[in-house]
Structure formats: C-alpha cells, structure tokens
Design a protein around this ligand. Structure first.
Ligand SMILES: [Zn+2]
Length: 404
C-alpha cells in the first residue's frame, strides 16, 4: 500500500519517495512509490500531474496517476524507472489548487442543496472546464439554483475552517454524515466544514472555505438520475466569466449594443430576417409567375418542352418555376436546372402525361452523380456542391429532352 501523504496535507507539493514497483499498465510505464503526494483519479476528482526529479537532477514527467483497488497508486511516467530509484516528487501546484477549489466548492454546494431543499447529491464530476453534480430531484427551479449559489457563497465569505479527521466506521455512523461510502474497512477520512458539512471523502481540500474563492452555478439539465447542475469555483469562475464577457462583448459589437441588450437585439434581427425572407419569397413567386408566362408563350410543339438552365438562380427559384410552368396546363414538360448554391435539377410535367419525371431524373443523376427523386409528374435532385460540371449539366438537360 502506498502511503498517501495528501491525506494529511493537501498543500504538500514536494516530497521524497522511492520506487517500490516498476511495471507496465495499459502499455505505458508506471511506478508505485512507498509514499506519494500525487492524487490519483478517484471520488470525482481528477488526478494530479507533475514530475519526478532523480538524484542526477534528471526530470521525468508524471502524466497520469491512478488508484488500484488494493491500495497501490500508479504513477504513469514518461519513461520506465527501476525499482529502488529515489525520486523527489513535484506536484503541479496550479492544477492541484484548482482541483481543491472545485472539490471543496462541491462539498459546500452539495451541503447547501441539502440544507435548503433536502436534495442529496448522487454524483460529482470534475471536467477540464466545468464541474457537475447530479442531484436526486425531479426538478430544480432557477430560483432554487440562485438560492443554493447564494448560500454556498455566504459559506465561502464566512471563511469557515475545513478540517480533515479520521474516525472509526462505528463512530462515523453516529456523526450523521452527509454521505457514507458504500464499502469501507478501517478508519474513515472525514472532511469537516465547520458547522456546515461533514462527509467522508478522500480528496484534497482547502484549509478554509475562503480559499474556494467563489462558486458560480451555470446550466442545469435533466438526467436519468435527477438534475445535473454545472458549476465552477475559484479561478475557474473568474476565467469562465472572463470568457463569457469576451463572447458577449464580441456579439454586442456586431449589433453596436450594450451586452445586456443583446437578447432584445437578436430577437429584433431575427424578426427582421423573417420579414425579409417572407418579402423575398413573394418577389420570387411573382418573378417565377412572370417568367413562366413568358417561357410558355415562346414554347412550341406538342407537348411543349421547356429546357432551361439558370446559372444565376438557386433551387428554390427553379422549383417554383417548374410548378408555375406546369400547373393548370395540359401539355408542358419542364426540364430545368439551377447553378447558384447547390446545383439542382428539377423535372416536371403537367399532370397526367405519359412521361416519368422520376425515372428521367434518376437517369440524369446516374451520369451527374447526386441524389434525388420524385413522382412521375415532379422530381428534384441535388448535385455535389463544387464538384459539378455545369456545362455537362446543361447538355444532359438536352439529352433528356431528346428522349421525350
Ligand atoms: Zn469529496
């Protein structure tokens, strides 16, 4: 078993140890030390990183630290180290402090949800950017989230001592812990936030709640086991608030608005864009109607076959035109193509004629690539964007017309 120095001092970043076992895990070199200050991933908290300094001053990076069920701690190292090697361990301080802020913040927050709403925490996850707890409740209102955030931050402001205690399981049962581990032998390690929270935990924690800095709650979402609450503590809260502000400022700059007026500005822009799209649709409709009349007037033969390629128009226009050309007519066949946006073929005939637009389109698409389909009277197909030869597309329209 590895002597876990962090159990007694979360602020111990330097230590001396010796390699007692050198092995390979998941294809990577790893060592077990007699003692370590490196925290292994467990209890929702992610592992430390850092380095080992050898006697000859050579440095070996520690990239990952994992816990074994039998009490050993594996340090994954950049290169294998032989058993017996003496190492001076350096834990990455910035990362450890961040983890302490998140983990202690989680204890305060979980206790706040219990105190206010009697809602227990069922799991804790520490991510690279944000953390989450899952609460055993079917719902959570924005007001409840704000209340919990408020109480948690008051506990931070009160700068309550955070103590580590070891007690026997029997004694722990009498103490009314927020959470007892499922299986436990020997003494329990308790994290005691003075007169606010007492829970069993193996993590690294701040000395007093003031070191948590701040607790910021973010989104909530429904999950299988209840409600998930995203939060960040300490410097992460500052970093994320900074990032949010930069994002909002950039967006507000686009609208020349104050960041707090953004929702209103975005809504306004959305409404304007909807109105513009509606107006454009009306103009397009009118244009298609007029074009259809002109094209039909010039068409001869029986049936009247219209073959047109519109390099400057998009699919919406040619589809509309195909409808206007054929609807209410008895003998029109329209073989159309558009070149703007995604190149598109639209084949249509006045209802009830003998041709099969779906089949003709299929045959054309075999030559051009692309996907589409339709009925005997109307079919549409899109061609690969940027990879379609428009001249070939036009010549296939004429080949198709020749089959009629
Ligand atoms: Zn914990």
């Amino acid at each position: 078993m590895t002597d876990r120095l962090y159990y007694h001092d979360s602020f111990l970043y330097d230590f001396d140890g010796r390699v007692v076992e050198s092995l390979e895990r998941e294809g990577k070199p790893a060592v077990v030390l007699d003692r370590t200050a490196f925290y292994p991933t467990s209890g929702g908290q992610v592992h430390d990183v850092g380095k080992f300094v050898l006697v000859d001053k050579r440095e070996v990076a520690v990239a990952e630290v994992a816990d074994d069920e039998d009490g050993r701690i594996f340090h994954f190292t950049a290169e294998p180290l032989a058993a017996g090697t003496a190492v001076h361990g350096n834990v990455d301080v910035t990362r450890r402090r961040d983890h302490m802020q998140q983990h202690s913040g989680q204890h305060v927050l979980s206790a706040a949800f219990i105190r206010l709403f009697n809602v227990p925490t069922v799991s804790f996850h520490m991510g690279a950017e944000t953390c989450t707890i899952d609460l055993e409740t079917a719902s959570l209102t924005p007001a409840q989230v704000q209340q919990a955030e408020r109480l948690a931050n008051e506990i931070v402001l009160e700068d309550r001592p955070v103590a580590v205690r070891f007690v026997a399981l029997e004694e722990a049962r009498q103490l009314g812990l927020r959470k007892l581990p499922p299986k436990q032998t020997g003494d329990l390690r308790l994290i005691d936030i003075a007169d606010f929270d007492l829970t069993a935990c193996g993590g690294t924690h701040v000395r007093s709640t003031g070191q948590i800095g701040a607790i910021l709650l973010r989104k909530t979402e429904k999950v299988k086991q209840g409600m998930r609450v995203e939060f960040v503590c300490g410097l992460r809260a500052v970093a994320l608030a900074r990032k949010d502000f930069a994002t909002l400022t950039e967006a507000a700059g686009i609208y020349s608005a104050h960041i707090h007026d953004l929702p209103q500005q975005v809504r306004k822009a959305q409404e304007e864009s909807k109105a513009a799209a509606k107006a454009q649709r009306a103009v397009l409709e009118e244009l298609a109607e007029l074009s259809a009349e002109r094209i039909r007037a010039a068409a001869t033969g029986s049936p009247r076959i219209v073959v047109r390629f519109f390099p400057e128009n998009d699919a919406a226009f040619v589809k509309l035109l195909a409808q206007k050309l054929t609807a209410g007519q008895r003998d029109v066949v329209a073989l159309l193509a558009s070149g703007a946006g995604q190149p598109t073929l639209v084949f249509a005939q006045s209802p009830g004629q003998k041709f099969n637009m779906g089949q003709l389109l299929k045959d054309a698409l075999v030559q051009l690539g692309g996907r589409g389909g339709g009925t005997a009277d109307m079919a549409q197909g899109g061609l690969p964007l940027g990879a379609t030869n428009l001249a070939q597309m036009e010549s296939i329209l004429h080949e198709t017309a020749a089959k009629l």
